[in-house]
Design a protein around this ligand. Structure first.
Ligand code: URA
Ligand code: SF4
Length: 231
């Protein structure tokens, strides 16, 4: 079975799933969506009201913001596979409970295995917790971690950032850094050094050093998704 068929089969199982109490109040299960060829997977927490109504992930306010964040990273929604830790809406958008996350886990794991993405961007604590159970998001947001042959980039959840302006700036900056992380072989490139303080004007006339042979600069590589093939 190819990737597309496997993903479709998982989606079908999710649509009829009754493995946890979240199935009782859902309108529609939200398996996730995106091309079977996607190299980047985004994992949110769980469907909200709009997602529950439409059966699609990130279609409400958080979804609009996520589209903006992806654009910061030079990505379109159609470039990535988007899904959630739990596939059915927790009532009143409460946090998913550990038992619900556990019950739903095989679907997420099957999706990851089928898609085999090079990069997984986690959105929020619950999604991060799937890969990095001990990490604190306030410490490692935006910092890539290699786990199981993949690159995990933990991000704040877009909904949290919509309510807290400080997080919003962090989240925008973290997404803007994604192309540089990918171009840098999956690690955060060093911050540019701060500009040196201006030297006081010298009373002596400046003597220019003798010209020396400059080593040729390496050609600037294209930034972007092509670089994904580098690691
Ligand atoms: N928040 C999520 O975590 N997932 C969605 O699909 C929508 C909002
Ligand atoms: Fe099944 Fe997951 Fe929905 Fe629970 S949340 S009913 S485990 S698909």
């Amino acid at each position: 079975m190819d990737t597309l068929e496997t993903l479709q089969q998982i989606a079908q199982s999710v649509a009829g799933c009754q493995k946890c109490p979240l199935h009782q109040k859902r309108i529609r299960a939200v398996p996730g969506e995106g091309p079977a060829s996607a190299e980047i997977m985004l994992i949110g927490e769980g469907p909200g009201r709009n997602e529950d109504e439409q059966g699609r992930p990130f279609v409400g306010n958080s979804g609009r913001f996520l589209t903006e964040l992806l654009a910061k990273a030079g990505l379109k929604r159609s470039d990535v596979f988007i899904c959630n830790v739990v596939k059915c809406r927790p009532p009143e958008n409460r946090d998913p409970e550990p038992a619900e996350i556990l019950a739903c886990r095989p679907y997420l794991e099957a999706q990851i295995t089928a898609l085999n993405p090079k990069v997984i961007i986690t959105l929020g604590r619950h999604s991060m917790g799937h890969f990095l159970s001990q990490a604190r998001i306030s410490v490692i947001h935006g910092r890539p971690v290699k786990a199981g042959g993949r690159l995990i980039i933990p991000m704040y959840h877009p909904a949290a950032a919509l309510h807290q302006p400080a997080l919003k700036d962090d989240l925008l900056a973290d997404f803007a850094r994604v192309p540089a992380i990918l171009a840098n072989g999956g690690t955060l490139p060093p911050e540019p050094a701060p500009a040196p303080a201006a030297l006081p004007a010298s009373p002596e006339p400046a003597i220019s050093p003798p010209p020396t042979a400059q080593p040729a600069l390496p050609e600037k590589k294209d930034e972007g998704l092509v670089q994904l093939t580098l690691f």
